[in-house]
Design a protein. Structure first.
Length: 127
């Protein structure tokens, strides 16, 4: 009787350990604000900020969106929570837009365009 030998490379008893990638840099709120303001004041482009801070363009874009939301919220008049809604209609619309998936938003915008472009049909045609 013959015994079969197994390929040792596929039956190794020690599992391969994945080397963890470098963790994303952790920046303070002040550093993020400085980065956003440097883009907004055109002292640096977004791509320059990305290179300097070793972050992706999407990360810088998210910082800008959060900064704008924070600024809008901070500039809204303070509302007494007992009297009514906690958020202004403008801020509620901004948050709703943010939570709506992009494809749904695009479809809603397109539907609105179609409805506005549709010619008004006469209510009743008389002959």
């Amino acid at each position: 009787m013959e015994t079969k030998t197994k390929n040792l490379s596929t039956t190794s008893s020690s599992p391969k350990v994945k080397t963890p990638g470098t963790a994303p840099p952790n920046y303070s709120a002040q550093e993020k604000a400085q980065a956003v303001l440097s883009v907004w004041t055109e002292r640096a482009s977004a791509s320059e900020v990305c290179r300097q801070l070793h972050v992706s363009w999407i990360t810088v874009q998210q910082w800008q969106e959060r900064a704008m939301e924070g600024m809008l919220q901070a500039l809204e008049p303070r509302v007494n929570l007992v009297k009514g809604a906690a958020l202004s209609p403008r801020l509620q619309a901004l948050l709703a837009k943010r939570h709506k998936p992009p494809h749904v938003r695009k479809l809603a915008e397109r539907l609105e365009q179609i409805q506005l472009a549709k010619p008004q049909e006469p209510a009743a045609q008389t002959q």
